[in-house]
Write a protein that binds this ligand. Structure first.
Ligand SMILES: [Zn+2]
Length: 134
């Protein structure tokens, strides 16, 4: 991932330098077209960098949460201390994408706002029962 970010930053730096060189040396229609083209490529690179940064953040967040996530009673719970449990979290979203999405209670069931997974019998566990099986 670091190699990708480094390559993108190098490409953006090259584009910026080229853009500035063209802008400073020529004032023809051809250079204006080249500036527009470079600007478009620069914008595309910025979007790609933003996507990579978002993906890195999601991976980092998931790695930080993973030791605290426990499967219990058909869903995931986050144990934040000896006496603290948060959740429930969607089992499908956590297992598929490591996204910790709270299930929403609508009186009759719990559902995931992202994937619409539905659970009917969700009970908050005691923190002491949440242990990782190895
Ligand atoms: Zn879900």
């Amino acid at each position: 991932m670091a190699d990708i970010v480094s390559s993108l930053l190098t490409a953006v730096t090259t584009l910026v330098q080229t853009y500035r060189a063209i802008r400073e040396t020529l004032d023809t229609q051809q250079s204006k077209n080249a500036q527009v083209d470079l600007r478009s490529k620069f914008d595309e690179m910025e979007r790609t960098i933003a996507e990579v940064q978002r993906a890195v953040k999601e991976c980092t967040d998931a790695l930080q949460l993973k030791p605290m996530m426990y499967y219990h009673g058909g869903c995931f719970w986050m144990k934040t201390g000896d006496a603290m449990v948060q959740g429930p979290y969607c089992p499908k979203c956590w297992e598929a994408d490591q996204k910790s999405l709270h299930l929403i209670n609508d009186e009759e069931c719990w559902f995931c706002p992202q994937c619409r997974t539905t659970l009917t019998d969700v009970r908050t566990p005691e923190p002491s029962v949440l242990t990782h099986s190895t």
